[in-house]
Design a protein around this ligand. Structure first.
Ligand code: AMP
Length: 194
């Protein structure tokens, strides 16, 4: 992977450990020579991630809609800040610029972005690895819920395996490097569920 898109919170969370790990993740990516595409803010988890990568000499590209530029307090120290018109354009641009996706802890925005990438993958619109960095078990319930989706017949287990999760950054990136996308179509039939 040359570059990955990282989705994460515009907030910092209550525990300082989250931002410390976001910063460390930025550092790890820079050391592995993987560029970052992210939401372009200098606040919260987003800012910590960018600062970690920049401090280690990594490539960091921000993508932010004009109307959010002030609200999310754009990071002015980036190599490139791409300003787009809409939230949708932001996701498309981030997707175009990268060859993998990772979600760190965050809120609704992070989830929206993460699930949009999963659904695009499910529909065969891309074949990129999608990682969930499960810092301090933050995503345990989401991982469990995705199993419920399979158990209850709303998600094909092959598509569930598109979610690559790990509690360690190195392990997550290794999984992503080895990823092969599911060969099946989205539409779930009764025989596929058994
Ligand atoms: P959050 O996880 O809610 O802190 O948001 C993380 C990032 O997602 C921020 O840059 C938000 O601007 C962005 N975001 C929030 N809502 C959406 C949305 N509906 N679609 C795409 N991005 C969003």
């Amino acid at each position: 992977m040359k570059r990955i898109t990282v989705f994460c919170g515009s907030s910092s969370g209550h525990d300082d450990y989250f931002c410390a790990q976001a910063e460390a993740f930025g550092h790890t990516l820079a050391v592995r020579n993987i560029g970052i595409v992210y939401g372009g803010a200098r606040i919260g988890m987003m800012g910590a991630l960018a600062n970690g990568a920049l401090a280690a000499g990594g490539e960091v590209i921000g993508v932010i809609p004009g109307f959010l530029r002030a609200k999310e307090i754009a990071h002015e120290g980036l190599r490139e800040l791409v300003v787009v018109d809409t939230m949708h354009e932001r996701k498309v641009k981030m997707h175009e610029l990268s060859d993998g996706v990772v979600a760190l802890p965050g809120g609704f925005g992070t989830m929206d972005e993460f699930f949009e990438m999963l659904t695009w993958g499910q529909l065969g619109l891309h074949a990129k690895p999608i990682g969930l960095y499960n810092i301090s078990g933050f995503y345990d319930n989401l991982i469990e819920f995705s199993r419920t989706m399979v158990d209850q017949g709303f998600l094909n287990h092959c598509n569930r395996q598109m979610i690559l999760d790990a509690c360690s950054a190195e392990e997550l990136l290794d999984k992503m490097e080895r990823y092969t996308p599911p060969a099946i179509e989205k539409w779930v039939t009764r025989s596929e569920l058994s």
